[in-house]
Design a protein around this ligand. Sequence first.
Ligand SMILES: Cc1cc2nc3c(=O)[nH]c(=O)nc-3n(C[C@H](O)[C@H](O)[C@H](O)COP(=O)(O)O)c2cc1C
Ligand code: SF4
Ligand code: SF4
Length: 584
Amino acid sequence: MATCGIAAGAKNTFNALEKALKKKGMSDVKVSPVGCIGSCYCEPTIQVNIPGQAPAYYGYVDEAAAGIIVDSHFGEGEVPERNMLEIGFERADQEGSGKKRQKRIALRNCGSVDPQNIMDYIAYRGYEALGKVLEQKDPDSVLEIIKKSGLRGRGGGGYPTGYKWHATALQPAKEKYIICNADEGDPGAFMDRSILEGDPHSVLEAMAIGGYATGANQGIIYIRAEYPLAIERLKIAIAQAKELGLLGENIFGSGFDFSIELRLGAGAFVCGEETALIHSVEGERGEPTKKPPYPSVSGYKEKPTTVNNVETLANVPSIILNGADWFAGIGTEKSKGTKVFALVGKVNRVGLVEVPMGTTLREIIYDIGGGINNDKEFRAVQTGGPSGGVITVEHLDTPIDYDSLKEIGSMMGSGGMIVMDETDCMVNIAKFYLGFTQEESCGKCTPCRIGTKRMYEILDQITKGEGQFEDLEKLERLGNNIKLSALCGLGQTAPNPVLSTMKYFREEYERHVTDHKCDTGSCKGMRTYRIFEDKCIGCRACVKVCPVHCIKMVQKPAHRIDQTMCTKCGACFAVCKYEAIVVE
Ligand SMILES: Cc1cc2nc3c(=O)[nH]c(=O)nc-3n(C[C@H](O)[C@H](O)[C@H](O)COP(=O)(O)O)c2cc1C
Ligand code: SF4
Ligand code: SF4
């Protein structure tokens, strides 16, 4: 049970399952709460395991369905079509078949282990990789394996993890740190939260391995306070690992000490940037500083510090157990392994997907995501959150990896993937992201503090129908200058959503400034509400809700809107039962 499942009612489902089993006298069937399996669109989900049989997955399991499933699985009864997702992979042509195209490494245990029970994790080979590493007593060989595997940072930058670890390992300092970056500030991204909620020990184990390889004895998990369930599960996991001697002093009797503590962040996007994060951990303002020096050389308390993303770390134990070649055999030439994406927006099956690098957007959106909802046309997909850009229909067959996304003007970022359909306005989308980054700017440097604000103001004018043609050139110039002159990654990437939408949807921007028209009707400021006098029966429903009293009777019974006063709030449109009000 992770946040998404609990929000959809998983706790009630859990209780109903226990009750139904008790009623049947089946006390030997164990009901275990596990993390998210990624199928957020059909939560609550359950998996039924019977030894010797393929696991069966069910979705949309409310309390009533829980009883029916217990009856059908352990006795008489028939499961409604809607609930049955998959039995093994037999129903490959049905809903849920997307699992076939996925490959789970970072999410391998999510949905299988009980995150609050370390024995479950151990049963899935948990802490075996740490044991192996400590037994071999060769930190350099760990660095070699991670380098050879080709693992790159999943937090956005894509820097090779093995080389980052090596840079810390080379430092002569005695005191070193490894920090897990669980800030996850990108709007629409929730993969790190799911890993921590569903499989916290993978991250703890990886941090200990990283600590051993780099010479650090202290780990810190920097996590945003808005993730209370992940925090709770991490606390439990750390306590259980300590109790079994898997964290703390002299782990596995090897002489290696490693402890982990949690630090809570207040949820500022810029605090995900590694230098700002380190300042925040130190109790200072979360402001970035110029690099170099990189944290690997001078980080927390000016000591060598490795900062790694949650998903990056979650891959590490599998690489140690299965070998560098196994991992390097998955993915593309320069982007190895898999990537977890948070697939959201106008797609039928929203959720977390983990696919080999090089999978195309078409496969992710159509085969796994089940296509665009309400039979609408695909328009674009936004990747990389506020640092990324949009990808259009012409790129649907591009194999997705770090470099291909950069080439087409977007980026991997942490893996947010927001699908948009024909009703989404690209200018409005760009304004949304720029609004986010300019609010989250720490204000330390002028290009970002003032530049993004000016860009936002121009976009705001355009979406209100008050933009000028010259504004487009200004936006581009400003955007390119900010990219070159801002101090940190936030400012350096903030113009990306604007520049990429301007590149691929230039006519849409032009139509906003020349015709003052938003064809999708998304730009509220450009809407005109009009009353059809021959349909209006004079019920006065609109008059009563209009906050600015701008609807007047023109002749009995018809009403008319004074356009000079209308704030375009849409209240009149929402209450008119006679379709007498139209939006143009
Ligand atoms: C504005 C900004 C926000 C960031 N937010 C995150 C974040 O939430 N999580 C994360 O892991 N990395 C984030 N990063 C990237 C980190 O600075 C850093 O590169 C990363 O944690 C390194 O880990 P990795 O090599 O495992 O990816 C952010 C970078 C910038 C510029
Ligand atoms: S680019 Fe923006 S977020 Fe980064 S230091 Fe400058 S003002 Fe702060
Ligand atoms: S859109 Fe709002 S302000 Fe305009 S006429 Fe309707 S209710 Fe009044």
